[in-house]
Design a protein around this ligand. Structure first.
Ligand code: G3P
Length: 214
């Protein structure tokens, strides 16, 4: 299972990459806006830190506009993945980019049928938003399981990238149903390391060691 960090914050990327568990980065227009720098500079800086896929999202809503942005973003670095919305125009752009071997990540996916459309258009990644489904009273991880079954039925190569992960249990559930990738916020990445028995156990070991030196 690959782990991406879901952020545009360079300090969060640098720190988590140091832990050895980060395979790539995803951004979106909201995350980029929070950083107060233009997307091109941000993606360039990320590519200098992380050697792995970096999703950069288009903001056009028509296919020609998306494609213009996509070609400009793809020029930044070989690791750039073009994030496109799950719309008809997004699918037109995805189809063309797949034919040109430019990697794509289809975002704002909330149904198995939408994921199937992305796979048929050769998307590299499909991003179901599980937290936002939970927010409206559905079970986000169930969608991951459905997409996994469908992709396995037809041997689609499109990777399932679980997004909108809000807590550690989301990650475990995604791993149990076989998501290929999870994109995880910095706060949740930190929480993954924690267990009260690890903390108390280490404290005791260190205390016993210190006492043995007296
Ligand atoms: O990057 C897209 C996704 O992970 C957003 O998550 O928490 O805004 O629903 P969230």
């Amino acid at each position: 299972m690959e782990f991406f960090i879901d952020t545009g914050n360079l300090e969060e990327i640098k720190e988590s990459y140091r832990w050895g568990i980060i395979d790539g980065v995803t951004t979106n227009p909201s995350l980029v806006a929070k950083e107060g720098i233009d997307q091109r500079s941000l993606i360039t800086s990320i590519s200098e830190i992380v050697d792995g896929p970096i999703s950069a999202e288009v903001i056009s809503t028509d296919a020609p506009g998306m494609l213009k942005e996509a070609y400009e973003l793809a020029e930044i670095h070989k690791n750039v993945v073009i994030k496109l919305p799950m719309t008809k125009e997004g699918m037109v752009a995805c189809h063309e980019l797949s034919q040109k071997d430019i990697k794509t990540n289809i975002t704002l996916v909330f149904s198995a049928n939408q994921a199937l459309l992305a796979a048929k258009n050769g998307a590299t990644y499909v991003s179901p938003f599980i937290g936002r489904l939970d927010d409206i009273g559905q079970t986000g991880v169930q969608l991951i399981a459905e997409i996994k079954d469908i992709f396995d039925n037809y041997a689609f190569q499109t990777k399932i990238l679980a997004a909108s992960i809000r807590h550690v249990d989301h990650l475990k559930s995604c791993a149990l149903v076989g998501a290929d990738v999870a994109t995880i916020p910095y706060k949740v990445l930190n929480q993954l390391f924690m267990h009260p028995l690890t903390t108390s156990g280490l404290e005791q070991f260190l205390k016993d060691h210190a006492n043995s030196l007296k």
